[in-house]
Write a protein that binds this ligand. Sequence first.
Ligand SMILES: Nc1nc2c(ncn2[C@@H]2O[C@H](COP(=O)(O)OP(=O)(O)OP(=O)(O)O)[C@@H](O)[C@H]2O)c(=O)[nH]1
Length: 842
Amino acid sequence: MSKIRVYEYAKAHHTSSKEIITKLKQMNIEVSNHMSMIDGETVRKLDTVYSGKNQQDGKKNGQNGPTRNERSTRSETGDRQGNKPENRTRRENQKPNHGNGQNSKNQGDNGNSRNNNNNRSGGSNRSDGKSRTGGNNRNNRNGQTGGNNRSNGNTQAASNNRNNEKSQAASNNRNNGNSQNTSNNRSNGNTQAAGNNRNNQNSGNSRNNGNNRNSGNGNRSNNGNRGNNGRPFNKQKKNNRKNKNFKPQPQPVQKVKELPEKITFTESLTVAELAKKLYREPSEIIKKLFLLGVAATINQQLDKDAIELIASEYGVEVEEKVIVDQTDLETYFTEDREEDLEVRPPVVTIMGHVDHGKTTTLDSIRHTKVTAGEAGGITQHIGAYQVKVGGKKITFLDTPGHEAFTTMRARGAQVTDITVLVVAADDGVKPQTVEAINHAKAAGVPIIVAVNKIDKPTANPERVMQELTEYNLVPEDWGGDTIFVPISALTGEGIDNLLEMILLVSEVEELKANPNRRALGSVIEARLDKGRGPVATLLVQNGTLRIGDPIVVGHTYGRVRAMVNDLGRRVKEAGPSTPVEITGLNDVPEAGDRFVVFEDEKTARQVGEARKQQAVQAHRNETARVSLDTLFEQMKQGEMKELNVIVKADVQGSVEALTAALQKIDVEGVNINVIHTGVGAINESDVTLASASNAIIIGFNVRPDNNAKRAAETEKVDIRLHRIIYKAIEEIESAMKGMLDPEYKEKIIGQVEVRQTFKVSRIGTIAGGYVTDGKITRDSGVRVIRDGVVIYEGVIDTLKRYKDDVKEVNQGYECGITIKNFNDIKEGDVIESFIMEEIERA
Ligand SMILES: Nc1nc2c(ncn2[C@@H]2O[C@H](COP(=O)(O)OP(=O)(O)OP(=O)(O)O)[C@@H](O)[C@H]2O)c(=O)[nH]1
């Protein structure tokens, strides 16, 4: 036997998936849920249990009701073979009755009555004579052919048959809206006791309950009932013929909609929603859930498991639709299958200290390689260029420096594969060299060191190597794994070697992309061109970009109108790692923005417009960066595992002391990671790095310069300034423990002009004043200002209006004030009232 799903097996064996799963567990066969596949072997094992059990079920209790088709088949057999199989059918039909307590009771009764009925039918044979035994079978057969009534008529009162006739006719009509049972009830009502009718009502929709009903009737009415039964059975058969294969809910007479083949949902469905999708009454779903041990209300949300379980009960396939945020461009940056990947050129950024030769190196590479290789090309600055070395391409971002690199990274674009760190051999490691190292390390990008200016007589490459070992950049010759290439950007010496090394590292990095998909990548730079409109240099990071592609770039969108490469040539397509300048966007994007090509322009426009809206909204809300104030919250929510810190101080000694002390802080769950240290003022580069790495900056005896201040404000970077090391440590530690004291800010709330003073023994000097501005409150702090100078600061002792103590006095009113421990108040003094307000933490 081939593989089969648990629920299919359960269906086929008239049992619940749950029971099969339990049974399998008992057999030590693990299945996760009802959708799990079971193999032939397992099926055989199950068969040993269920094939026997089924028969028994059939004989003994029929708890696991068969599908109706089966039921009808059996009843058919029963009809042909005699009472016993019919009896089985009836018992099996108990299942639908489980729906509510009353029903179950009835079932029990019915079950009994059914049995009894069989007995009775035997008995009835006796009592009714020929009519019953023969009549029964015949009836059923007749029922099939439509001659039922007549055969019944032979044995019973004609009126009964007529009733049946009528009732059936009526039932056919009525059934359109109601259950068959009801109709049966009515027909039975003519012939039977009212008690039956109640049973019928309880029985719910199932036709089989009709049997029960009939069974419950006295012998006298059995014939009539059988007549009734005959018809439904008959109908069942017709239905059976229609649906050869299993159809769990074929209520043929009712206009119940066919079950859908498949239903879909996202996240969850309420019982009512699921019922609607399955074209079933919610009560039916609630019953099923009840049988599965879940007491649910109509508005209850069902989880995926419950939905699948219920759907499997009906044999309906379920598909969960995961909502993808179409506007999140990151979701399009999906992994490719290994077999679709092809090697792509590395993207290289050149970093280093001022004047160490970054630009000269970039120019040197470009001139020797680009112009020589691509004859006739007029190099054009588009923010990046490609060179060919031995048939392999390398892409250089030609905005040197780590600022651009980190700005891009801060915007989520990690475009660089390899960093070339240019260090002048005559100058050695300088602050920006260290910054560059830290920026590259924070981004996890491999570093190749280009020791530049080796043509200079003062060049000392050894010293550079020595100094860099301090930053874990150890040359291979010295047992490390960093590639050092001595070059002279000016003379071109060593440039070829540098390029070779870049290719070597890129090979190790196994840089690959899939050229056969819609393009995705990042913006290198963008500007507004007077003639051409918005112009953006895009770096294709995956896929192939083509002219005419509908595209979303950051918060802009459009269609790629024209593409120009770094040689100023028009191109029709650009593969992975290729920089191209495009036009056709509706607005100017920003460097570091992501771009994604869409299938059609409509979607691109929708996504682009939605992103624009979001950007406006986001700008209003401003994303929360890590700050000491929110650190504890983020730690609690498990968002922070590592606190990135940048340390800037006045002297190297302080930097080291502070760094060492920070690293010793031991608070469970969070590590402190000092990503960059430096001597001197906090600069813009520190802020960009902090922003890109979600770090906080600690300044010791240093201040941020104006650019840094501005950048920190816009980027929402938390800068903490200290003059005492242990205070800095304490602050971080308490922030990590969630014990940062609230911050207070003074707020001046009013001014009182002293117009008179009264000296009262035992009380002191009372100032008779007039509130000229704002108000003064009983609990506010006060400052006594005389001739623009604060002469006393304290708190109010009493505040009165006439003789009454008051809580506050507003502008335009007079009041009497005494100040605690201060009696030197004079006419003309101004009493300033203030309160300390807690600053809301971001
Ligand atoms: N002798 C010698 N001079 C060099 C070499 N490389 C660069 N220079 C000189 O060093 C100076 C600075 O070079 P740049 O390429 O502008 O340095 P940079 O790192 O780009 O400088 P910034 O753009 O200011 O950060 C220029 O005068 C270059 O001519 C070299 O290999 N040898």
